[in-house]
Write a protein that binds this ligand. Structure first.
Ligand code: FMN
Length: 331
């Protein structure tokens, strides 16, 4: 639980200034034929209706501060009409605590989509393919997220590094789950070849969760007691693939699944570029963490700012809906 608290503190202090999104330009339209006030950000994702193509990526669970953070995020999701993923539910299944992940979440988030979360590393250890339904039920989740984090685990002093049988485990757990399962990384990216394997294993959507934002190699390196890990974390600082780089990969075109672009999203223009590159939804974690530590209102302000910036990107490209951004020329 202390580790989760340290993750929040260290992630909140991280900042991303430069990004591969900067190398992409949306083509300016000097002659829009729409009314700015008619720009409609509403989106459907996996059958869920959202007011904008934005979700709050999985973050907290398991610390006392998480209760307040999750409440702020859930209430803001409800007010702004977007989806929210919770942080890992590992400890609630292990029966240690459910702090931050109680049933009240459903009350706070109302009818907005709520996604549960657990690591594949835990599923491999537990050998209970049916547990996704149990985790979903405990918070009344609409979908489950399984996160893949091998490079985070190797930098943890006692991380789970036996991933033998991981693909079979993934497929077995998804097969037993009664609701859609999204597979994500935690900030190093899901390459097209891994996305394909996840698709074959039954994933309903892929969340790229690429590099360029929160870095769990930095975070775990800072927490590691083992000097070898501390040193190696410096060596592997730049590991992973950025979200923009993966979205641009031509092999992603053959993945016939909804794609969430997350990892290193800094503002509404990054969101617009991710959608133009083919994403169906975008996710933010580090970007909203500091607001989530303050209040629901701060979270709402952050999300509304993103929506406004996305509307401006639509205006500047002459698009009435974000889905039209896919047709906008990129350079
Ligand atoms: C404090 C913190 C805790 C996180 N915990 C989880 C987690 O429990 N499960 C998970 O799938 N991802 C977790 N993540 C990873 C995020 O969901 C996201 O994939 C990653 O931070 C990259 O997005 P960003 O660059 O917008 O922060 C966490 C991120 C942060 C900042």
């Amino acid at each position: 639980m202390d580790r989760k608290k340290s993750h929040i503190d260290l992630a909140a202090a991280q900042q991303s200034s430069q990004s591969t999104f900067d190398s992409i330009q949306l083509q300016h339209c000097a002659l829009p034929t729409i009314n700015f006030t008619d720009i409609d950000l509403s989106t459907s994702f996996l059958g869920f209706q959202l007011a904008a193509p934005i979700m709050i990526s999985s973050m907290t669970g398991g610390t006392r501060e998480s209760i307040a953070i999750n409440r702020n995020l859930a209430e803001a999701s409800r007010e702004c009409g977007i989806a929210m993923g919770v942080g890992s539910q590992r400890i609630s299944l292990e029966g240690v605590s459910d702090e931050g992940l109680q049933r009240e979440l459903r009350k706070w988030i109302g009818s907005a989509p709520l996604f549960g979360n657990v690591g594949l590393a835990n599923l491999i250890k537990w050998r209970q393919p049916n547990c996704l339904n149990q985790l979903a039920e405990s918070i009344q989740a609409d979908a489950m997220i399984i996160h893949l984090n091998p490079m985070q685990e190797i930098f943890q002093d006692h991380g789970d590094t036996d991933w033998s049988g991981s693909l079979d485990c993934l497929a077995a757990c998804i097969a037993k789950c009664d609701i859609p399962v999204i597979v994500k990384e935690v900030g190093m990216g899901i390459t097209p070849s891994v996305a394909k394997l996840c698709q074959q294993a039954g994933a309903a959507a892929i969340d790229i969760a690429g590099s360029g934002g929160t870095s769990f190699i930095d975070i775990e390196g800072a927490l590691a007691q083992d000097p070898r890990r501390q040193h190696a974390a410096q060596v592997f600082r730049e590991w992973g693939h950025t979200t923009a780089e993966l979205l641009r990969h031509r092999d992603y075109q053959s993945i016939n699944l909804p794609i969430i672009a997350s990892g290193g999203i800094r503002h509404g223009l990054d969101i617009a570029k991710a959608l133009a590159l083919g994403a169906n939804l975008t996710g933010i974690a580090g970007l909203i963490l500091n607001s989530a530590r303050v209040s629901t209102t701060e979270c709402i302000n952050t999300i509304e700012q993103l929506k406004f910036e996305l509307q401006i990107a639509c205006w500047g490209t002459g698009c009435q809906r974000p889905s039209e951004l896919k047709k906008v020329h990129l350079s």
